[in-house]
Write a protein of this length. Structure first.
Ligand SMILES: [Zn+2]
Length: 104
């Protein structure tokens, strides 16, 4: 994939399987909602001191859904989940990294 610093999100689609992110002209990559919730980068989910993930995979309901997704400036998205968690702000660079890893 292209240089993450140059990553441009060209579209997000809601699918049954999750969210499909399209970067530039590359084929879309689907990230499951439960996976996105687990990988939430907020201070409730990742320790600011140790950088370690606090949330466990089993803490995430397998039937969790996306409630809303709002742009934050032009660098990130805030994602609201059906478990009421809404403090996760996902920088585009982070989403791109997740997509690259999912694509491997
Ligand atoms: Zn979080």
């Amino acid at each position: 994939m292209a240089n993450p610093l140059m990553a441009t999100l060209s579209g997000v689609k809601r699918l049954d399987a999750g969210l499909e992110f399209s970067w530039q002209d590359e084929p879309g990559v689907v990230l499951a909602i439960a996976e996105l919730r687990f990988l939430c980068p907020c201070a409730h989910c990742v320790s600011e001191i140790s950088g370690k993930r606090i949330i466990k995979r089993e803490d995430v309901a397998t039937d969790i859904t996306l409630v809303d997704m709002q742009p934050v400036g032009n660098y990130a998205y805030r994602i609201l989940f059906s478990d009421g968690h809404d403090s996760g702000i996902y920088p585009l660079k982070y989403l791109y990294k997740l997509c690259c890893e999912a694509d491997e």
